[in-house]
Design a binder for this molecule. Structure first.
Ligand code: SF4
Ligand code: SF4
Length: 485
């Protein structure tokens, strides 16, 4: 047996001979690494101020946008029962799914563009996982104290004080998770109705289920899983390294300046004692939310939060050294060459994004605000009336895709003498879909073939250029000559 030092044991005889009795040797593979709880140290600095601003921006946007009204309805609402997505004046119908796909593609391309250019700034500054985890960490500090106090509490036996502090932390986490969940559900069910239902204890089981699910998801992700979401669960962390190039801005430790590391007396010149600027205080590791040591080089766990930069700058200021031993820099910058911001990959992504945005705006402007579907009556192809008319029945599905009340006039063409029986003018409310049964009549002597193509015209009475034409068929008797005498 041999031991490779990783708690893995392997049999020394890989191919036992047939003459010997085979000894079954258990092979233990330690594939599961137990998570070591990360208790981060609090740090202040310019990048943390910036993160606080971006975090606040995101939180205010998320909690406030759901309350905005646009006319008589919620400004941003994904109305699942009617399958319509409202964003202020814009209504995205199921037929406009291509627009939504376009939006998603633009967002994904923008994320790729920013990653190539600035690394994982999205993760460090704006990702909801980061923003919510920061709020939860702030609550943790409030209830359980600073890093040392929290580590001490982790190792201490249960007591009244520990129970009270831990309990209040979890209670506050759950409250914030609940507020997050109800707000999120409010983007799908009008938030004002949701709150009334909540206070009157009239929430449906389905709504309760979704609120409970999102409460637990927020509580677990931001309270318990934290960096594990970024390291093991987020797919972006896995492929972002493939997007990096030597011109991507990343958090870097200046190895040439920092090594050789070691403690020294204050005001001692490190070069005289053969040391670099790193005093090996490990503060940069203690503040890292993913628990890595940036001095080991760029790692996929790094979310570009710059906590280590601020922490190290604090240390540098205390010992009177120049800042930026850990800094945002590109590989080329660190090697003393110029960063190329106009590189083909970045420019290519930029161009594609601009093109996609133009296409998106174009399709938005030119998309139909009126839709018409014609469905023939399938039970009866035609009917001969007592007045000797051939009658065909249809159901028209008319959609007013605008946010305004509209009046439309209906006409039919394609056959001389064809008449429309029933409503010829109708008014639809904003976003209304109306099923309209209609009948077409033709004196039977006027039909020359058993089936003819006809067209339905629906015109907006207020805007002449808004109209829609839909073709269908008018069917007569098979032995039409009999009727044409
Ligand atoms: S904080 Fe700066 S000085 Fe301290 S260990 Fe990290 S890199 Fe070295
Ligand atoms: S190494 Fe620095 S920038 Fe990267 S995650 Fe840790 S603290 Fe944030």
């Amino acid at each position: 047996m041999s031991d490779n030092g990783n708690n893995r044991t392997f049999p020394t005889a890989a191919f036992p001979t047939a003459t010997k009795a085979v000894e079954i040797v258990p092979i233990s593979h330690n594939l599961y690494e137990k998570r070591v709880k990360i208790q981060t140290r609090n740090v202040k600095g310019r990048f943390q101020r910036l993160r606080a601003y971006t975090g606040w921006f995101f939180l205010v946007l998320f909690f406030a946008a759901v309350w905005l009204q646009w006319g008589t309805r919620q400004a941003i609402l994904w109305d699942l029962p009617t399958r319509k997505f409202y964003i202020f004046e814009l209504t995205i119908w199921p037929q406009d799914l291509i627009l939504l796909s376009g939006l998603l593609i633009i967002s994904a391309l923008s994320l790729f563009f920013v990653t190539i250019w600035l690394g994982r700034v999205w993760c460090g500054y704006l990702c909801p996982q980061t923003v919510w985890t920061n709020v939860f960490m702030w609550v943790e500090r409030l209830c359980e104290g600073n890093r040392n106090q929290r580590i001490k509490m982790d190792n201490s036996p249960i007591s009244v004080a520990k129970f009270f502090r831990r309990g209040s932390k979890h209670l506050l986490w759950l409250c914030f998770s609940f507020i997050t969940a109800i707000t999120f559900v409010g983007y799908f069910i009008p938030i004002r109705e949701l709150f009334v239902q909540f206070w009157e204890l009239q929430l449906t089981l389905t709504t309760l289920f979704w609120i409970a699910l999102f409460t637990m998801a927020t509580y677990l992700n931001a309270g318990w899983l934290r960096e594990q979401v970024c390291i093991y669960m987020c797919p972006y962390a896995r492929f972002q390294s493939a997007m990096y190039d030597p011109d991507t801005l990343v958090v870097t430790y200046d190895k040439d300046r920092g090594d050789k590391r070691g403690p020294r007396k204050k005001n001692q010149n490190p070069r005289e004692i053969d040391l670099g600027d790193c005093v090996d205080c490990t503060v940069c590791v203690q503040v890292c939310p993913t628990g890595i040591d940036i001095r080991d080089g760029l790692q996929y766990e790094c979310i570009s939060c710059a906590l280590c930069i601020d922490a190290c700058n604090e240390v540098m200021a205390k010992i009177g050294y120049a800042p930026d031993l850990i800094l945002y820099a590109t590989e080329h910058e660190m090697a003393g060459t110029k960063t190329n911001n106009l590189r083909p990959r970045l420019a290519g992504y930029g161009l594609v994004i601009i093109l996609m945005i133009m296409l998106f705006i174009g399709s938005l402007i030119t998309r139909d605000t009126l839709a018409l579907d014609v469905i023939r009556d399938r039970n009866q192809l035609f009917r001969i009336t007592s007045e000797n008319f051939i009658e065909n029945s249809y159901t028209l599905k008319i959609m007013n895709k605008t946010q305004h009340q509209k009046t439309y006039s209906l006409m039919v063409s394609g056959l001389e003498g064809i008449t429309l029986s029933g409503i010829k003018k109708l008014t639809l409310q904003p976003g209304e879909i109306r099923d309209l049964p209609i009948r077409l009549l033709l004196k039977h002597g006027l039909l020359k073939r058993k089936t003819e193509v006809i067209s339905f015209h629906l015109l907006d009475t207020a805007e002449v250029d808004v109209s829609v034409v839909e073709e269908s068929r008018f069917i007569g008797p098979l032995l039409f000559k009999e009727y044409n005498e």
